[in-house]
Every structure is written in C-alpha cells, then in structure tokens.
Design a protein around this ligand. Structure first.
Ligand code: SAM
Length: 358
C-alpha cells in the first residue's frame, strides 16, 4: 500500500506521525510495508550509532518478589516458583567474569525484594563503582522511593530500567493487582530522570487485553517522555500465572514496533531482548535488522538461571556467561553488525553528525 510507505517516510523525516496515521500503519501494514520500515529503521540507526551493538551484562540477583503482576512467572502468588538470592560475593564474581569478557555495563535486575534494601544495595553499588570505574551500573529493581533512587545514584549507579508496561491506565489495571497502578510507576520514571539517571522504560507486545489504542498510548508516552532506552519484547505466557492460557505476542508485531520506535526516537537504545529470542530462534538477529542496537547476554550463575523464569521456555538458561557472550557475538555478526566493548551511553544525533565529519 503506497500510503503506508509514504507514512513511514514522513515518520522518518519528522520523527513523529499523527496518532490516526500511526493507527493506520499498525492496522493495515503489509509485508512490503514492514520491509520498508525495517530498511529505514536500519538507516536511521546507522546514522546515529553506526554498526555498533552495545552489550549489557544481565545479573539476575533475586527471584523473590513482593508483587503479583498477572503475567510474571516470579510473581508472589506463584507457589511453584523457585526462589533464590545472589550473595554480594556472587554478584561481584559475575561482574569480574563479565569485565573479563568485555562487558562495560552491568545490569542488576531482580524482583522487588526487600532484602536488597538501600543498606545492602548502597555499599554494593559503591563497591562496583570503585572496582569498575569505567563501567556503567544499571539497576532494575522496580519501584522505590525518591530517597532510595537518590542514594543509589549517589553511590554510583548511572542508569535505571523500569518498564512502564503499558501507558493505558485501564490496560495497566488488567495486567496488575489493584495495589499496583500506572501513575506511581510513571512518577518513578519521572523521578529517576530528574535525579539524573539514564532511564529505560518499555512494554510487552501482545500482552492480554492490549489494543491498538494501548500501543498508540505507549508510542505517545514514549515520544513525550524521551527515555534513553526502550525495552520491548513479546509477552510470553508462564504456566503458573493467571495468563497461562493467553496467546503470546508475535515476532512480527514486536519487530514492527521496534521499527516504529527507531523512527520515532532515533537516538534510543533499543535492546533485541531475550523474549524476542525465545519467540523465534533468530528473533534477536531480526530485532537488530528492525532497528535494535543493544543485546543483553546473561551473566548470572548457571545454577540460578532456571529460577529466574519470567515466562515459559526462556532461552539462555543453560549456558555459561562466556558461551552466551560469544553466541550473541556470532548472531550480531550474522546480522551484519559488530559488538563493541564500550559503555554504550545514549548519544545525541548532533554528536554523531559532528563525529562523522571529523
Ligand atoms: N522487578 C523489576 C521491575 O518491575 O521492573 C524488574 C524485574 S521484572 C521481572 C522485568 C520485566 O520482565 C518486566 O518489566 C516485564 O515487562 C518482563 N516480563 C515479566 N513477565 C513477562 C512475560 N510473561 N513475558 C514477557 N516479559 C515479561
């Protein structure tokens, strides 16, 4: 459909498109439209970041969670979930291993586990900051107080990942128990940005009850909020959750959203997520070819990997960190890109243009 090609071109030129035109794109695109979107997304990504793909080493520090999100395998109510916590020593060993494998960003992620209080996290972050002064420290520990975010920032954390999950309040309510609401989550994101963190938000594609309007709300929120990173991946059911029988999000829809995001936020860091690699064996390569520029290999000890089971059939739960690292390197190279051992901070397009003139 010529009109969709023209819409994609306008989205690229303006990094924006009116809501109704985005709706038309989402609802009427053909395979040729997708191919055009991905080609333009690659061109935009290469104009900002070249062929570089940044590495984030994921350390899953706890599978305990006080929350009961309906989609999540480590939700409080899942009696079958296997719970674990990494010790400080184990977390530091993951960093050391990661550093020797070329990682310059460590992502400390976990369920909302009161054990990882500020009293425990602050010295841990301080220690990682001192031992690895050239690395970025990313936290992904859910909703905390402003004071907590400030304390961890002062200790040396640079970035925070907190997916908004959906920008539509009614949809948020359908995915979460009543005590979890959209507004406090959005408040956390704004607070994190005010403090000075590089902030990542994001959502699952194809989550139960998600409509075109929900996706349009997500795109509008992201355009307005201007996060440094946007993590998206397909929703995948977990057998021990209320959404066990729900249909998964699809590869095609996730790739299409990635392409749109690249044109809407040219400078964003966009990971090709593990969930994308789970829904299709080449999902992460295809994600890179649709505009993604970050991969997040797992640095957690193999002994705990299967216990951080957010959804069924999660990949990369059996390999050592080094295997994951080199498997992803092959995948990135097969897609025509190149893993770089840099922190991979968010860059402004202006900077990229100046650099390319040098
Ligand atoms: N507790 C932290 C938080 O709330 O941000 C970080 C951990 S949480 C498990 C990380 C992300 O996993 C969530 O933001 C959610 O989008 C994703 N996730 C959870 N269950 C999922 C599922 N069934 N399918 C795909 N992604 C899922």
């Amino acid at each position: 459909m010529k009109r969709n090609i023209e819409r994609i071109n306008r989205l690229e030129q303006n990094s924006a498109l009116p809501r109704e035109e985005l709706r038309a794109l989402l609802e009427t695109h053909s395979n040729e439209d997708s191919a055009h979107l991905f080609a333009r997304a690659r061109a935009v990504r290469e104009s900002v970041y070249g062929k570089a793909v940044y590495l984030r080493g994921l350390i899953e520090l706890s599978s305990f969670c006080k929350n009961d999100c309906l989609y999540c395998g480590i939700r409080r109510g899942n009696q079958n979930a296997q719970r674990y916590r990494l010790t400080e020593k184990e977390i530091l060993a993951c960093c050391q291993n990661g550093y020797s494998l070329g990682f310059r960003t460590f992502v400390l992620q976990g369920g909302e586990d009161a054990y990882f209080s500020d009293e425990r996290m602050e010295p841990l972050v301080r220690r990682i900051r001192t031992e690895y002064p050239d690395c970025a420290i990313t936290l992904s520990l859910g909703e905390r107080s402003r004071r907590s975010y400030e304390t961890l920032f002062a200790a040396g954390a640079d970035r925070y990942l907190l997916r908004h999950e959906t920008a539509n309040a009614a949809h948020y309510a359908a995915l979460h128990p009543p005590e979890l609401q959209l507004q406090p989550r959005l408040d956390c994101l704004r607070t994190l940005k005010e403090i000075g963190y590089q902030v990542g938000c994001g959502f699952m594609v194809g989550s139960p009850g998600q409509t075109t309007d929900c996706l349009l709300d997500d795109l509008a929120f992201l355009k307005d909020f201007q996060p440094h990173m946007v993590g998206i991946g397909p929703f995948l059911p977990h057998r021990d959750t209320p959404f066990a029988k729900e249909a998964p999000g699809t590869l095609e829809q996730t790739l299409f959203m990635l392409g749109l995001l690249r044109l809407l936020l040219p400078e964003a860091l966009l990971p090709a997520t593990t969930a994308l690699g789970t829904v299709h064996h080449n999902g992460r390569e295809l994600g890179l070819l649709a505009g993604a520029n970050v991969v997040m290999p797992n640095l957690s000890p193999v002994a705990v990997r299967k216990k951080y089971m957010l959804y069924d059939n999660k990949i990369c739960t059996g390999e050592e960190a080094a295997e994951c690292r080199f498997c992803l390197q092959r995948r990135v190279e097969n897609a025509g890109y190149e893993i770089v051992s840099e922190r991979g901070d968010h860059i402004r397009r202006q900077t990229a243009k100046i650099r390319s003139k040098e």
